[in-house]
Ligand binder design. Structure first.
Ligand code: LLP
Length: 372
């Protein structure tokens, strides 16, 4: 197949989904929604649906893709700070499970659209819990400096407004503190905040039918081959032990990266090896148009030469895009590399294909399924 392309190992995805279901099997009150923004490839969605996950969307486009791929609207939750009217209408017509509402202004517009279309919407308010996820600044979401959600001091009047609105059913609260979180502490902090907030709300006569704790569980980018399945057991155990769910209350999760990151690789070919005065460059045919995470967040993905068994040497692995930031790795240790070698960039299943662009008039990447 013509490089560059994404290769997905559906066996790894299946093992990952089984691990999630094993950890949650005893909890009928828990619901895992797959955050489709991480990867919307139909091959992956088919398997994710087969294993019974719902979907977390952040745009009308994602809702359309989820429906086209057979997900039931009643399993779809919809977040996002800037929902357009057509996206709200689409969600109301489809009958999604819940809007995760991010501001009072949005609440007003959803109510208006309901009145117009003669619909009723389930509403969860997205709370900014002011918990620092200790992750990259570009992917932290739950602090007061951040555009997401409603801050706790401003919450009460908005809840009252939602409860009083005849077009809306207030069902609960939604949280999401950030992404690629490997430390347990931020999730424990989140549980404590939710417990405290529930106590406060109950003291004012407000009960919640559901709580949504978002996503954020990280994966091992450094040792993907040794660690292909994230530690779901520890993750889910935090919520099992630290979160005080009330009788009959439903708990929702929105996992993206941890579901799909390890089942995808970006496969690219070496176009040239260029010797500089201080550096040796491996120039590959994939660039940040295919995988933007290194350029955008300074993220590092493990890079492997699939062709060569030669001695290990240091190279900067770079793409063909006309931007200095088009670098996959500096001083990477690779087997001696030559023109035509095939290079794999690992752990690229999440936020790879979905963030691809056509910059430099390039084509969007293709994909295949194949065992690693
Ligand atoms: N729920 C909400 C409301 C979110 O905003 C996100 C991710 C998720 C769930 C899923 O989070 P996950 O389980 O995947 O951590 N493009 C970045 C990551 C951005 C995450 C955005 N929100 C990256 O490549 O690292």
């Amino acid at each position: 197949m013509l490089t560059p392309y994404y290769q997905y190992d559906l066996g790894i995805l299946e093992d990952t989904l089984k691990a999630i279901n094993r950890c949650t099997a005893d909890r009928k009150d828990w619901h895992v929604h797959y955050a489709i923004k991480a990867n919307a490839n139909p091959m992956l969605l088919k398997l994710i649906r087969k294993h019974g996950l719902g979907i977390d969307c952040v745009s009308g486009g994602e809702i359309r893709v989820a429906l086209e791929n057979g997900f039931d609207a009643s399993t779809i939750v919809f977040a996002g700070v800037g929902k357009a009217e057509w996206e709200i209408d689409l969600s109301l017509e489809a009958g999604i499970a819940c809007f995760n509402v991010e501001s009072e202004a949005e609440l007003d517009v959803i109510s208006e659209r309901c009145a117009l279309l003669n619909k009723r919407a389930n509403i969860a308010l997205r709370v900014n819990p002011d918990v620092d996820a200790h992750t990259h600044a570009g992917i932290t979401t739950g602090t007061a400096e951040n555009k997401f959600g409603i801050e706790i001091p401003m919450l009460m009047p908005i809840i009252q407004k939602a409860k009083a609105d005849p077009h809306l059913s207030f069902v609960g609260l939604h949280f999401h503190i950030g992404s690629q979180i490997l430390d347990t502490e931020p999730f424990i902090q989140l549980c404590k905040k939710v417990n405290h907030l529930q106590d406060q709300l109950e003291a004012q006569g407000i009960t919640l039918k559901s709580i949504n704790v978002g996503g954020g569980l990280g994966v091992d980018y450094d040792n993907p081959e040794e660690n292909p399945i994230p530690d779901f057991e520890s993750y889910f155990n935090i919520f099992r032990t630290c979160l005080k769910l009330r009788e009959g209350q439903q708990l929702h999760f929105e996992l993206g990266r941890s579901v799909v990151a390890q089942c995808g690789r970006l496969i690219t070919k070496v176009l040239y090896v260029k010797q500089g005065t201080v550096k040796k460059f491996v120039i590959v045919d994939a660039g940040f148009t295919e995988l933007i995470r290194p350029a955008f967040y300074g993220a590092h993905h493990k890079i492997v030469n699939m062709t060569s068994k030669g001695v290990l040497r240091r190279y900067d692995v770079v793409g063909p895009i006309c931007e200095s930031s088009d670098v996959f790795g500096k001083d990477e240790l690779l087997n001696e590399t030559s023109r035509g070698d095939i290079i794999a960039i690992l752990t690229a299943g999440a936020y790879g294909e979905t963030m691809a662009s056509c910059y430099n008039c390039r084509s969007l990447p293709r994909s295949i399924s194949g065992k690693f």
